[in-house]
Design a binder for this molecule. Structure first.
Ligand SMILES: Cc1ncc(COP(=O)(O)O)c(C=O)c1O
Length: 351
């Protein structure tokens, strides 16, 4: 199946030969008893890159997010997030199941929260109400098609959060894509936040791993929560080595993924049966709404698969394509052609 073009996610990548060598050669130790030197190196490198005091390595972005929320909020309180946020949609409401917290979702027109959306959403202090403790932002925003949060609105809503006594957490699973696309450094993008979650296993192409970044005091509690959630990992340098290689060598190539996404987006835009969610593609994720007159998203996923293009349905009429380091320009051009041809004419109703 060498000519399958897998655009389901940027998590499907294989480690490169250089990454495999870094993994094989990693110096390791028991990170639960004391220190794994490669994990330590990755944590220091990441904290430095983000201009924050420290970082803690964890197995997944879901864990870094959920640990952050747990540490920022006391049991029985709530956090604010955009209504399509990964934290709310795709993490099994772990904040409720594991930490006794409530999500207060904010509806937006395009994934970008502004002060106007947020005003009036901090609950008054009285014995009837949960307490509002935290604002969560997602950059880039997955379910809004890799949308970049405009930095002036991020600064403004974080200022609003601080005026209202809220902590600020960034789900920066794809922070690297936002930095590559805007030219704003990761340091500047995260400066308004108290904590940040980043993933090495998405656009950067590492097999596993995420980090939670923040102050020493915050991370002391985060380490405890990581252990509580079963995320204490022993010779984790084996996976941290892949993550370190990814963050040191794969950030510079992200614009290529963004160019490829734009090419696919143009093909989708040209089709009468597809429209791009939010009207634009900023980074490496394309979410298209499929015209019901053509068929469903599931039918389109199946038709694409027959032609060797893998995608995901992310709603009854929504299909997602993601570019990454294991697809090249020729494959993207082929995928664009296939999508265009497939969507030009409706499929029979029985399909
Ligand atoms: C925006 C965002 N945050 C968090 C995650 C969770 O990461 P993981 O799959 O490592 O738990 C994802 C995964 O796709 C994501 O897209």
């Amino acid at each position: 199946m060498t000519d399958v073009i897998d655009l389901r996610s940027d998590t499907v990548t294989q480690p490169t030969p250089e990454m495999r060598r870094a993994i094989a050669d990693a110096e390791v130790g028991d990170a639960v008893i004391d220190v794994d030197p490669t994990v330590q190196q990755l944590e220091e490198y990441t904290a430095d890159l983000l201009g924050m005091p420290a970082a803690v390595f964890m197995p997944s972005g879901s864990m870094t997010n959920q640990v952050a929320i747990r540490v920022h909020c006391d049991r029985g309180s709530e956090f604010l997030c955009e209504s399509e946020a990964h934290i709310y949609h795709y993490e099994q409401a772990a904040f409720a199941q594991l930490s006794g917290l409530v999500a207060h979702t904010i509806h937006t027109e395009n994934g970008v929260m502004t002060r106007e959306h947020l005003e009036g959403n901090v609950r008054p202090e009285n014995e009837h109400m949960v307490r509002t403790r935290l604002l969560c932002v997602e950059n880039t925003h997955n379910r809004w098609g890799g949308r970049i949060q405009p930095q002036d609105s991020v600064e403004d809503i974080c200022q609003w959060a601080s005026e209202n006594g809220l902590m600020r957490h960034l789900d920066g699973a794809r922070l690297w894509n936002a930095a590559a696309a805007t030219g704003i450094s990761e340091k500047d993008l995260v400066a308004p936040f108290d904590s940040v979650s980043v993933c090495y296993s998405k656009g950067l192409g590492a097999p596993v791993g995420s980090a939670l970044v923040g102050s020493e005091d915050f991370l002391y509690e985060a380490r405890r929560a990581r252990k509580l959630f079963g995320g204490g990992m022993r010779q984790a340098g084996i996976i941290a080595a892949g993550a370190l290689h990814a963050v040191q060598h794969h950030r510079d190539r992200l614009p290529e993924d963004h160019e490829h996404a734009q090419l696919l987006a143009d093909a989708c835009e040209a089709s009468p049966s597809l429209s791009i969610r939010g009207g634009r593609v900023d980074t490496n994720i394309i979410i298209c709404e499929v015209d019901p007159a053509w068929g469903t998203a599931a039918a389109m996923v199946a038709k694409c698969e027959e032609q060797g293009v893998l995608s995901l349905s992310v709603g009854p009429q929504a299909i997602r394509f993601v570019t990454h380091l294991d697809v090249n320009r020729t494959q993207i051009e082929r995928a664009a052609e296939i999508i265009h041809t497939l969507t030009e004419s409706p499929i029979p109703k029985s399909a």
